[in-house]
Design a protein around this ligand. Structure first.
Ligand code: ADP
Length: 556
């Protein structure tokens, strides 16, 4: 069996100007970035404003195994399948982070015959957006330390600086550090730390901004820390929003590429879904909706994380409709939810599958609560047996749930035609009564409780003393009307990664909160969520290489 990179290397890519011509883009709408990538103008969305929107299809999933359940793969495969049946579809995806690429999760450019290309670029440095975000984030850190060193006119309390440095790597050694050591010429010592770039507020801002002006206004609102009197200090107090926006002037432009079957794909922004809001940029999704009849887009991890944030944060900020949802389920993850150990997932086990269906059932109920039409897509893996996929199909059919077996990894768009037809039917149907889980007028506590009880199935929430204090303070600052961005493990519906299936009788512990006022939400940390992951014992990097003639090996 060929690996993803081997399949990718055999593909014939169209030149990016052909893809741009197919989308009827004119010269000022895009600029080439090599032969197979382009940057779309940040003015394009405004230019297309009066055009009607295509249908927006959100791809989400059950709680995944550590390897991922193929949401990106299904997103790409479904886009390709729609094009195969002569629908004008565009894919909108996130940009991968180097941390998971080098670590455990692998790439995020799809897989098999449903990939976005050039996958080696997309998975590595791509068009430099993540580096620009890292630079903007760290420029702000440097400005903060310089400000304190130069006399600290703003009276910033070095013990209350919330802004962290970032780097796009899993590097646990940098979680907590002390900067400014070495005497008066080296600055003022203070505790600091690194987050992964995809957890940076600047990443979230880039993904929610709709123009350079909006980007600048949001950056100006970032709260970097507090004074000795505990008053918030923002980027606008430091007067560096202009410089930070300048560093992002190209990163804000969505990236245009193509799939293995030459379907256009816009890949832009990539916040994690467990510690951030988990969706590609609003500009990418909305531009795709203007250029195509169908947009297939993904939100990270399970419906408890990505879809909740897509529907409660992103589509609210972007003011757009979601027309249908695809819930990706896999035999292997359902067996894991039914109690099978990670190493035995390739052995047929219909009994375990049956027990694991409870996890899918909960996510179906969640999407039903939002009032959106949906299709369950069984992402077929090579080890799945017919008895297993038949079981999931009949389980769904007996409950009146639309289901399709998607063989898009092995067969590309051809393997997703049934799914595409069912998705079109749902997206065009009138069965829609969209309601969000919470209203902005709800208090922060009420918002968190509604998500925990409705989406996670928790009995209640429990606030740590720190979170309680923060909640009172945030409400007092006028931040109480913002949406909440939950940071929770992706493996379980609860905040305990070991509770698989459909846990019951649990409480969600709210450890602390962080204000992301520029992004426009309050991050709520549950359990032991880390904003800087670590590498596993055998990182994916151990398999990677490049030969002297430039051939890439081991990139999945
Ligand atoms: P997600 O978006 O849910 O995190 P991905 O689409 O990135 O998942 O897929 C995770 C990994 O699993 C990728 O390496 C991909 O190639 C692989 N994969 C996805 N679907 C299949 C499949 N049907 N068969 C085999 N491998 C698959």
């Amino acid at each position: 069996m060929n690996t993803d990179i081997e399949i990718a290397q055999q593909a014939t890519l169209k030149s990016i100007d052909e893809i741009a011509a197919e989308l009827k883009l004119s010269k000022e709408d895009w600029e080439p970035y090599g032969h197979t990538k382009a940057k779309l103008s940040d003015k394009l969305l405004k230019k297309l404003e009066s055009k009607p929107d295509g249908k927006i299809i959100l791809v989400t999933s059950i709680n995944p195994t550590p390897a991922g359940e193929g949401k990106s793969t299904v997103t790409v495969g479904l886009g390709q399948a729609l094009n195969k049946i002569d629908k004008k579809a565009i894919i909108a995806l996130r940009e991968p982070s180097l941390g998971p690429v080098m670590g455990m999760k692998g790439g995020a450019a799809g897989g098999g015959f449903s990939q976005v290309l050039p996958m080696e670029d997309i998975n590595l440095h791509f068009t430099g957006d993540l580096h620009a975000i890292t630079s903007a984030n760290n420029a702000l850190s440097a400005m903060i330390d310089n400000h304190i060193h130069r006399g600290n006119e703003l009276n910033l309390d070095p013990r209350r600086i919330e802004w962290k440095r970032v780097m796009d790597m899993n590097d646990r050694a940098l979680r907590q550090i002390v900067v400014g050591l070495g005497g008066p010429l080296r600055g003022v010592p203070r505790e600091d730390g690194f987050n992964i770039t995809v957890a940076s507020e600047i990443m979230a801002i880039l993904c929610l901004a709709t123009s350079l002006d909006d980007l600048k206004a949001r950056i100006a609102n970032i709260v970097i820390g507090y004074t000795y009197e505990e008053e918030p200090v923002t980027v606008s107090d430091l007067k560096v929003e202009g410089a930070l926006t300048l560093l992002l002037k190209d990163a804000i432009k969505p990236n245009l590429v193509q799939t293995i079957e030459n379907t256009p794909a816009i890949i832009h922004g990539g916040p994690f879904a467990n510690i951030a809001h988990g969706c590609n940029s609003i500009m990418a999704t909305k531009t795709a909706a203007k250029l195509g009849d169908y947009v297939v887009t993904e939100a990270g991890f399970g419906a408890d994380l990505g879809a909740e944030k897509f529907l409660d944060i992103k589509s609210r900020a972007g003011n757009f409709e979601t027309d249908a949802v695809v819930i990706v389920a896999t035999v292997r993850a359902l067996k894991m939810h039914g109690g099978v150990a990670k190493d035995n997932l390739t052995t047929e086990n219909v009994e375990a599958l049956k027990a694991g269906m409870e996890n899918l059932k909960k996510h179906i109920e969640t999407i039903e609560t939002y009032g959106l039409p949906f299709v369950v897509a069984i992402n077929k893996f090579p080890a799945d047996t017919k008895a297993e996929t038949d079981f999931i199909e009949s389980w769904c059919e007996s409950r009146g749930v639309e289901v399709a077996l998607a063989d898009i990894w092995a067969n590309g768009g051809e393997g997703g035609i049934q799914l595409a037809e069912k998705v079109i039917e749902k997206a065009e149907s009138a069965e829609r009564d969209f309601k969000r889980i919470y209203e902005l007028e709800d208090t922060l506590e009420a918002k968190i409780r509604k998500i925990a009880q409705t989406v996670y199935g928790a009995d209640d929430i429990e606030l740590s003393p720190k979170a309680k204090k923060q909640m009172v303070f945030y409400e007092k600052q006028g931040w109480g009307k913002l949406p909440v961005c939950m940071a929770k493990t992706q493996y379980s519906l609860s905040d305990d990664p070991s509770l698989l299936g459909r846990p019951e009788g649990f409480t969600i512990t709210i450890r602390e909160m962080r204000p992301s006022i520029g992004a426009g939400f309050i991050v709520v940390l549950t359990g032991d969520m880390m904003t800087m992951p670590g590498l596993p014992k055998n990182p994916a990097a151990l398999k990677m290489d490049v030969s002297n003639d430039g051939k890439i090996l081991g990139l999945f």
